[in-house]
Design a protein around this ligand. Structure first.
Ligand code: PLP
Length: 370
């Protein structure tokens, strides 16, 4: 049975380039990057190369990139670091209700520390209104955090415009971009962005690796203290195999970004046209302005849990929403005021550059039969 993996927003298969980079780091460059002997220097040189590669893929200076254990750690570091850095200026933070739990729960924890968080609700179609974000900005707003692409619906958030408006109104306020579903999947604009979180396992590399971009000159408190690795921003012996795999995947995916964007657009159209043509009734949970790699639909009759299991028995893997939610009702679809029945029925189909038309058609066929 051919396996058809359409859950790439949850995580991706490791691409061959990433695998061989990890193998090389494990078997050849296995030294500790902090050691002074040749094996250590070799690992240190590889680490430097990887930093340059990931920075180039993000379009930033390599000195601004800190390697972390993934998106969640990057987000925690940025939000806690920024909030405490700016504490003397105010206590108000803005985010949206469609953010990943890594953001929402970090901000909930900051509320316990005395910060005040305004959470902007999405529109019914899953988009987030720029006007609503901008009108929430106050004199004491010190931080804003938005995602580039929503991991559940694929919606593009107006982060670049929101960041520009924030800076216009309050030049000392800081902006964090959760680019976990944006990096190497759609164009990224970091002009007014102070912090940007990315994750390796969403782009064909290993789990347990990610990066945080911190704008040049910005100094925040780290989350993890220890031996002072990563210029003191993230202590702990660097996970060179994961980092090497991350760099290899970032290079490949960023170089092929335009092709990937076009490919995702075609796959999304094929999926929606084919399901429509098969006469199955479904509702969209994906707004017009969304990335091609994530589609969220509710075929109103069957619960997604049932659909996912039956499709899984056929070797077709999709999800019901965020993989991290593990069966909890989607906070994103709830915030969009999708009916409880349609929340229960929601299916998220997500692509990677290797997804083929045949994969999409096989899903559509199985889906229509069900
Ligand atoms: N942010 C978004 C938008 C995500 O989709 C995810 C993972 O699903 C994360 C953050 C967390 O990233 P990681 O799994 O690398 O911790």
């Amino acid at each position: 049975m051919k396996e058809i993996y359409l859950d790439n927003a949850a995580t991706t298969a490791v691409i061959p380039e990433a695998l061989s980079a990890a193998e090389n780091a494990m078997q050849v460059c296995y030294g500790n990057a902090g050691s002074v002997h040749d094996k250590g220097r070799q690992a240190g040189a590889l680490l430097n190369e990887c930093r340059k590669t990931v920075a180039a893929a993000m379009g930033v200076d390599s000195g601004c990139v800190t390697f972390t254990s993934g998106g969640t750690e990057s987000i925690n570091t940025a939000l806690r670091g920024a909030a405490f850095k700016n504490k003397h200026l105010g206590k108000h933070i803005i985010t949206s209700a469609v953010e990943h739990d890594a953001t929402l729960n970090t901000l909930r924890a900051l509320e316990q520390d005395g910060f005040e968080v305004t959470v902007i609700a999405p529109e019914k179609d899953g988009s987030v209104s720029l006007e609503k974000i901008v009108s929430a900005i106050r004199e004491d707003t010190i931080l804003m955090s938005l995602m580039g692409v929503c991991n559940e619906t694929g919606a593009f958030l107006p982060y670049a415009e929101a960041a520009a408006e924030l800076k216009k109104r309050n030049s000392k306020a800081l902006f964090h971009l959760d680019a976990v579903q944006l990096f190497c999947k759609a164009e990224m604009d970091l002009k007014n962005v102070d912090f940007c979180s990315v994750s390796a396992h969403k782009i064909g590399a290993l789990k347990g690796s990610g990066a945080l971009y911190i704008k040049k000159g910005l100094v925040i408190r780290p989350l993890i203290y220890g031996g002072g690795q990563e210029s003191g921003m993230r202590s702990g012996t660097e996970a060179i195999p994961q980092i090497a795999a991350f760099a290899a995947a970032a290079k490949k995916r960023s170089e092929a970004l335009s092709e990937s964007i076009a490919h995702y657009g075609k796959l999304k159209k094929l999926l929606l046209d084919t399901i429509k043509a098969s006469g199955v009734y479904f509702e969209f949970n994906t707004p017009e302005n969304s990335s091609g790699h994530i589609v969220n639909i509710s075929p109103c009759k069957l619960r997604s849990e049932v659909l996912i299991r039956i499709l899984s028995d056929k070797g077709i893997y999709v999800s019901g929403g965020s993989a991290c939610a593990r069966g909890k009702k989607s906070h994103v679809l709830s915030a969009m005021k999708v009916s409880p029945k349609n929340i229960d029925a929601a299916l998220r189909v997500s692509f990677c550059p290797e997804t083929s038309d045949a994969d999409v058609l096989a899903f559509c066929d199985a889906f229509a039969k069900l």
